[in-house]
Design a protein around this ligand. Structure first.
Ligand SMILES: Nc1nc2c(ncn2[C@@H]2O[C@H](COP(=O)(O)OP(=O)(O)OP(=O)(O)O)[C@@H](O)[C@H]2O)c(=O)[nH]1
Ligand SMILES: [Mg+2]
Length: 460
């Protein structure tokens, strides 16, 4: 049996530890107002249990003998609150001493200290949000860029849940038809049914594919675009990294083969976190170290979401450049002609015949770096996903469950073509449903909940 005890009233300090302008002690549960009545003193003697929902009140917190702090108290009544329970929030002065004193007092009045994420867990268990939305709360708290925040908010508003529920309905539909066939086997699956099932399964599979396609963009918003700078030795790769970072991170010298190890840094380009990597120049390696360095460069190019291939504009394109171009994998690429401050031997038009995007810069003089940044952002916003409407999923747990569900549905379609008995096909559809339900939290284990909510901070 699952043990979800929602009968007690929980409390925690909801603001970060340390000194701040204000701090918040939060209470949630059936006794929240009763406890507040005991400790809150207003000027006119009115009590929180008499306050209207979503109202704030000035007063003092007292332990009966002495005043602890001057506060603003907010009441949010069940069921229209974050947890669907009565919530009281006490805004006091932000030092740890007043916060701790108020928390101790609330605990002494019978509240229990909340576990990490327990307020959000209650919001989920009480049916206000589904599990995907609860996890979005964590994404919002942890968001490091505007784009990541936007994605978290979209998920909290139910964007992903809506898409998943749509696919779920489709699967339930198919299951119903299949079950009817299992119950009346003598009729068998006739040709018309077969087409109908196939079409419905295909529709569900397409829905999953759409969500998975969106996940690439979701991951990028959360973890960053992996951009790799590659090119021949001495073309100015390290200089370009430094120009983008606006600091001297990578060693720059006139000697070819300066960079041996890959250097990685994160920059924020228009709200998108970009993990940018400077690699060793690619040329026929002369020794073992160079060989290893070139191997490593190629490996990073393989993992990258975006390639910045750099050319030295002051030198004509040679065999090594062409060789490098030939070996680039099919990925989004921006060709950068560097050293535009020198006399140019490479024509932009020539490279434009090979690459859809060519940008001329001077890394050394930091010229046109803004244009390059715009180009990177543009590619991410426009190029990565075909439809911007797909709900975007960034959470690895969600992505792997959706991918598995998509495989199961593909298998079910295969079985249908091979005239497999309907009970086997139904089993695949049921398994896919379990996976989708696990994202939405329609089915869950205590372990899963513990794992998800333990990542939250106390007080959320
Ligand atoms: N004039 C000019 N020189 C540049 C520019 N960018 C880089 N350089 C010079 O080109 C030389 C090589 O620059 P790096 O940034 O070390 O080149 P790299 O591609 O990282 O070289 P390796 O690590 O050896 O592969 C240095 O002397 C830089 O100062 C530029 O925009 N204009
Ligand atoms: Mg270098």
């Amino acid at each position: 049996m699952l043990k979800h005890d929602n009968s007690d009233t929980i409390t925690a300090i909801s603001t970060p530890a340390g000194v701040g302008g204000i701090g918040i002690v939060r209470l949630s549960g059936k006794d929240a107002l009763k406890v507040a009545d005991k400790i809150f003193c207003s000027k006119d003697g009115s009590k929180p249990s008499g306050f209207k929902t979503f109202t704030t009140h000035y007063g003092w917190i007292s332990d009966g003998d002495k005043m602890i702090d001057e506060v603003i108290l907010t009441v949010m009544r069940a069921p229209r609150s974050f947890t669907k329970e009565d919530i009281v929030e006490i805004n006091c002065h932000g030092g740890i001493i007043p916060l701790r004193a108020i928390l101790d007092l609330v605990l002494a009045c019978g509240c229990r200290l909340a576990e990490p994420g327990e307020f959000t867990k209650r919001a989920f268990l009480n049916g206000r949000i589904d599990l995907a939305q609860a996890e979005a709360v964590l994404d919002i708290i942890r968001a490091k860029t505007d784009a990541a925040l936007k994605l978290g908010v979209e998920q909290l508003k139910g964007g992903l849940s809506k898409e998943l529920n749509k696919a779920r309905e489709m699967l339930l539909d198919i299951l119903m038809l299949l079950e009817a066939n299992i119950d009346f086997p003598e009729e068998g699956i006739n040709k018309i049914d077969l087409q109908e099932y196939n079409a419905k399964l295909k529709e569900a599979e397409e829905e999953f594919k759409k969500i998975i396609a969106g996940s690439a963009r979701g991951r990028i918003y959360r973890e960053g675009v992996r951009a790799v700078i590659c090119g021949k030795p001495n073309v100015g790769k390290s200089s370009l990294l430094n120009a983008l970072l606006k600091c001297e991170r990578s060693i720059v010298t006139p000697v070819a083969g300066t960079t041996r190890d890959t250097i990685e840094e994160i920059i924020d380009i228009k709200g998108i976190p970009v993990r940018i990597m400077d690699t060793a120049g690619i040329l026929e390696p002369r020794g073992l170290v160079e060989k290893k360095a070139v191997e490593r460069s190629r490996k990073h190019i393989g993992f990258a979401d975006l390639i910045l291939v750099i050319f030295d504009g002051s030198r004509a394109l040679d065999k090594a450049d062409l060789n490098l171009i030939k070996k680039l994998p099919k990925k989004p690429v921006i060709a950068v002609i560097n050293k535009m401050d020198l006399r140019q031997k490479i024509k932009k038009e020539k490279l434009s015949q090979i690459f859809p995007r060519v940008i001329e810069v001077s890394a050394k003089k930091t010229k046109n770096i803004g244009i390059l940044e715009d180009g990177i952002a543009d590619l991410v916003y426009k190029g990565e996903v075909s439809s911007g409407e797909a709900a975007m999923v960034s959470n690895l747990r969600h992505i792997s469950a959706i991918k598995e569900a998509q495989i199961l549905i593909a298998e079910a379609r295969n079985s249908l073509d091979n005239k497999t008995p309907p009970e086997f096909i139904a089993q695949d559809v049921k398994d896919a449903l379990v996976l989708i339900d696990s994202i939405l939290g329609k089915r869950f284990s205590e372990d899963l909940l513990d794992k998800i909510f333990s990542e939250f901070c106390i007080g959320k």
